[in-house]
Every structure is written in structure tokens, then in C-alpha cells.
Design a protein around this ligand. Sequence first.
Ligand code: C5P
Length: 220
Amino acid sequence: MKKVIAIDGPSGAGKSTVSRQVAKALGFQYLDTGALYRAVAYYFFKKFQNIDDFSLLTEHEIERELSNIKIYYENGRVFLSDEDVSELIRDPKVGAVTSELSAKKIIREFLLPLQRSFAEKMNLVAEGRDMTTVVFPDAWKKFYLDASPEERAHRRFEQLIQSGKKITFDEALRDVIERDKRDSSRKDAPLRISKDAFYIDTSRLTAQEVVSIILKKVAE
Ligand code: C5P
């Protein structure tokens, strides 16, 4: 296994921006594991358009589909078979399905070898929810990025407004709180802080400041 910098934290803590910049500064490959979960969810979202609650899909129903799912990821772009779904997976509806499906053990097991394979050939910055605890427990360096729910909702609100989505701040805050609850209460791979991860509260820091903290820590 090559060197892995594993970064975890809740949504809106600034993981993506920071991880991408850290990878660039060090010449490491960048892996956004949320994009892999979103790509799987997008497949189910498209295939089962009449379903309201994807958490009701059984393991058996999911298993039948998984062999059809071919995910390819490079340089922050994600492909489902040959289709570039990098933008499509960002739809909030796909986000909600992702959160439901990523709680399923069978889906987490399906993505485990794929995630680990990225560390075989190149040094890696991998970000997600269980990089430091499950996927890369022996990572070279581990970080946990956090921020207050209000700050994370604010960032999410700005991001969605900029991409033309209609949302109020209260809706963004509600989304953040609900997603936190789901991500931390699920029985398979709940979001938790690894004991050996370096904790950074990003609420009052710019992305550049967080990147500097990480680069300094990595150089120690
Ligand atoms: O990081 P992002 O918000 O794109 O992730 C979307 C969803 O995928 C998260 O809400 C979480 O439920 C799930 N996820 C996960 N494990 C990861 C990365 C993402 O369960 N390693």
C-alpha cells in the first residue's frame, strides 16, 4: 500500500475542497469516496424511479443489481459504465438516496475493494466518512474535519444557490441535521472520530488555513 492521507468528517466540513488542495500540493491522487457512493445511488435512483424509500430495498434486491454497476473514477470525475455522472450525482435527490443506501452493509462491502484499490499504485488523499476507521485503518496520516451545523448549513446553502438550486437556509440546516443523525446512527460504519486522527474544527478557518494545518502536520 502506498502512503494514504485519510480524511473524515460530516458533510459541509470542507473535506472536498481541502482534500483536493492537499493532494495537489503533495502530488498525491485525490479520491472523493462520497462520489462513489453517489454513483451507486444514482444507478438505483434511475433504475427504480417509482421508489420513495430506498432504505426498504432488500439486500437480495440490491445484490441482484450490483453486478451491473461498473464504476470508474479518475481525477475527481466519476463514470457509471461509460456515462460521466459527475454532475448528475450532485442533485439533492440523489444525495438523499445516497444517504439511505450507504447505510446498507452490502453496498459498503461492494465499494470497499474499489476504494482500497486506489492506494495500490499511487499515494492517495482519500476523503469520506470511514476512511480513518474502516477503509484505511493503517493510513499514514489521519484527519477529522468538523464544523458547527450552522456553519456547514451556511456553506451548503451558498454552494446550492451558486449552482442555481432553490433552497432556504432553514432547509439547508434541516438537511444537515437530518443527514448527521442518519450518518451517525447507522449500525454499519457510523461516522465516528478515530482515536488516532488529528481533529480540526474548520468553523472559523478558511480552506487555505485548513490546508496549511494539514500540510504542516504531514511534514512533521
Ligand atoms: O461526501 P458526500 O456528501 O458526497 O457523500 C454523500 C453521502 O454518501 C453521505 O451523506 C454519506 O451518507 C455517504 N458516504 C458514506 N461513506 C463515505 C462517503 C460518503 O457513507 N465514505
